[in-house]
Ligand binder design. Structure first.
Ligand SMILES: *Cc1c(COP(=O)(O)O)cnc(C)c1O
Length: 325
């Protein structure tokens, strides 16, 4: 597949001739959810952003942010992250020959994401504090030291890259969908979709953004963000679209997460099911997209909550039949 920075280069803030740091991101599968379409009385499609190179939509923004950082002479990228930004920043920095400094809020990061960042040799630091405090510290360092480029989503290049998911949806469907449902963590991605549809001139779908009621300690770790940095713009976009921000209990996120796996075979991380959970709660009609933001293997430990223990059996057909009952 053509990397998104080439596919949509004229829409992105990349200088002519600038090196594009790419791992082949974008052009992700759009899969019809047959079973859930029937259940919800909708034409429901899943945009599998989990199929991006490091397993989350963050790669769309990171290819642009790291390419721009390289062009501007940065030597290191820095971010605060609950995991997926870290995994993505570390991979694209490695690809670009830059170092990556990753600030992790204490105890709040899923294991798979941590492994991805550590594998690249990135400099990981656990910050004694919340995500929001880590982000402020990273931003202040980048502000005062030109060698560091901040690649959190307050870097506008991130949003620019992420808006390309909306372009792909319109190109694939031949028009804008009626509804786009997605998780609401910091709100950057909600903003990015709104911008993408606006720039493409295809009309703004209703944006349905699922937020954890328990922002500080939801089991959906990717949206464990107490102070959404894009709240004002994201919520303005949701209002303009006649959509809704839908507060979700962890039980509602978990139920939607199980449905995606059990009914559609789509194993995502818990936060990635917040779009479906919000859609089920708010209701919708027409053609709806659920953005599946990150892969299930990112947070395999979450499965322990939901799945029963594995039974033991002898290697014998009768024993198998009995156990499978
Ligand atoms: C980052 C992330 C989110 C939240 O996106 P925002 O842009 O912060 O709202 C949701 N799901 C996954 C898997 C993520 O990595």
């Amino acid at each position: 597949m053509t990397p998104l920075a080439e596919r949509y280069r004229e829409w992105l803030p990349l200088e002519a001739g600038a090196r594009v740091v790419s791992l082949g991101e974008g052009s992700t599968p759009l899969v019809r959810a047959e079973s859930l379409s029937d259940e919800l009385g909708l034409d429901l499609w899943l945009k599998l952003e989990s199929a991006n190179p490091t397993g989350s939509f963050k790669d769309r923004g990171m290819t642009v942010a790291v390419s721009c950082a390289l062009a501007r002479g940065a030597r290191s990228v820095i971010c605060a992250s609950t995991g997926n930004t870290a995994a993505s920043a570390a991979a694209y920095a490695a690809r670009a020959g830059l170092t990556a400094a990753i600030l992790l809020p204490r105890g709040a990061v899923a294991l798979g994401k941590l492994a991805q960042a550590r594998a690249t040799g990135a400099r990981l630091l656990e910050v004694r504090g919340s995500f929001d405090q880590a982000l402020r510290a990273a931003a202040a360092l980048a502000e005062s030291h030109a060698a560091y480029a901040l690649v959190n989503s307050i870097n506008p290049d991130r949003i620019e890259g992420q808006k390309t998911a909306a372009f792909e949806l319109v190109e694939e469907l031949g028009r804008a969908p009626d509804v786009v449902a997605l998780p609401y963590g910091g709100g950057g991605n909600t903003r990015a979709y709104a911008r993408g549809f606006a720039e493409w001139g295809a009309g703004l779908p209703r944006l349905v953004a699922g937020a954890a009621t328990r922002r500080a300690d939801t089991f959906a770790s990717a949206i464990r963000i107490v102070e959404p940095v894009h709240a004002a713009e994201a919520e303005a976009a949701v209002r303009e679209s006649h959509g809704a921000v839908v507060p979700l209990a962890d039980e509602e996120i978990e139920a939607a997460w199980r449905l995606l796996s059990e009914r559609e075979g789509v194993f995502c991380e818990p936060a990635s099911a917040a779009g479906l959970a919000a859609l089920r709660k708010a209701g919708a009609t027409g053609t709806a997209i659920v953005v599946v933001t990150g892969h299930g293997l990112k947070d395999a430990a979450a499965v322990e909550r939901a799945a029963g223990p594995v039974a033991e059996v002898d290697p014998d057909p009768d024993a198998l039949a009995k156990s499978l009952g």
